[in-house]
Write a protein that binds this ligand. Structure first.
Ligand SMILES: Cc1ncc(COP(=O)(O)O)c(C=O)c1O
Length: 342
């Protein structure tokens, strides 16, 4: 079995999780409510300190529903140029909500309040009005970076000063909370709506939730139906997410330690440059002698799967199915590839 570090989405449900899913109490989510889905939604809302939450099949769909709920057509949403909503959601904001993304170029690794403020122009009849600010925490493209609470609060202030709501893409909010010791609710307080995903480090097979004010979450039901349909006996998958919330949050600290071990082993081998990991993502910028495609192929030959992030960058993500020994082995293999001529 290769050591699969391409993403934390590759985890397989554990036997206990599969049993919980098989035995889930279910009903018609749209008609009478699915009891397990309702339980999950209440749990997520409580954890994030929000009125309510809605279960979605994916993080992308929950992010796009948030955009649809917050942003009227023909407006602009402001977000980091490297945000997943821009990079990984196939122009969904334009296609589904009729809004334009306004990418904010960060001066550092991710958008700060001053980057946001500098990107905003005064209202004008020549331009679209702004309708929403999106933040991502942890920030995937930046290397699983935690956006500090002070930065999030400052972004919220800039948004509020301009009458704009904030949506947080918290696909890996669990990692941010465990690594920083700041509670999920405290982080979530800096945004109006928050998306969290269950299918990444938590190890559930599919699913995400959108949490926020009651009226907005009620509206999100319409978005979900418009984008796909009702969820019916979704308790089968919600049970996997509940199982993960009970058992797989604290252990994320192991993933973070494993990511640090990989980063330490790779170091500056062969002229590489590692983005010091805050959480479970290790980005490695490669020397010109080692193009990402070649490193990916060489690692695969030696039983380690890594992702080509750009032609000069690879990404490795630790997760539930990667042990400390796997991390040591993978880090050593990548190091030796970087130290060998190509
Ligand atoms: C930051 C971020 N947001 C959103 C998503 C989308 O989540 P999903 O794969 O559940 O659609 C991902 C997926 O990797 C992600 O990394």
């Amino acid at each position: 079995m290769p050591i699969d570090l391409r993403s934390d989405t590759v985890t397989k449900p554990t036997p206990g999780m599969r049993a919980a899913m098989a035995n889930a109490d279910v009903g018609d989510d749209e008609r009478d409510g699915d009891p397990t889905t309702l339980k999950l939604q209440a749990r997520v809302a409580a954890l994030l300190g929000k009125d309510d939450a809605l279960f979605f099949p994916s993080g992308v769909m929950a992010n796009q529903a948030a955009v649809w709920c917050h942003a009227p057509r023909a407006t602009e949403i402001l977000l980091d140029v490297n945000a997943h909503v821009i990079e990984g959601e196939i122009a969904g904001a334009a296609a589904l909500s009729g809004v334009q993304v306004h990418p904010v170029e960060p001066r550092g690794l991710f958008m700060t309040a001053s980057d946001l403020a500098a990107a905003m122009l005064p209202p004008s009849r020549y331009r679209a009005a702004y309708s929403l600010v999106c933040v991502e925490n942890t920030h995937n493209s930046a290397g699983g970076k935690i956006v500090p609470l002070d930065d999030l609060r400052a972004i919220r202030q800039v948004a509020a000063a301009n009458g704009l709501p904030v949506h947080m893409d918290g696909a890996r909010l669990w990692n941010a909370s465990v690594a920083s010791g700041v509670s999920l609710a405290e982080i979530a307080e800096t945004a109006d709506t928050v998306m969290v995903a269950f299918s990444k480090g938590l190890g559930a097979p599919i699913g995400a939730a959108l949490a926020g004010p009651r009226d907005l979450i009620e509206h999100a039901w319409t978005a979900r139906k418009l984008f796909g349909g009702a969820m019916r006996q979704s308790g089968i998958v919600a049970a996997g997410a509940l199982f993960a919330l009970d058992r797989h949050i604290d252990r994320l600290a192991d993933d973070h330690e494993n990511a640090r071990a990989i980063a330490d082993l790779v170091g500056t081998a062969g002229g590489a440059n590692v983005v010091a990991p805050d959480t479970n993502i290790v980005m490695v910028d490669l020397p010109p002698s080692h193009p990402a495609a070649n490193v990916v192929a060489a690692a695969k030959e030696r039983g380690v799967l890594v992702a080509e992030w750009t032609p000069t960058r690879i990404r490795m993500v630790t997760h539930l199915d990667v042990s400390a020994e796997d991390a040591e082995r993978a880090g050593s293999i990548i190091r030796s590839i970087l130290l060998s001529p190509m």
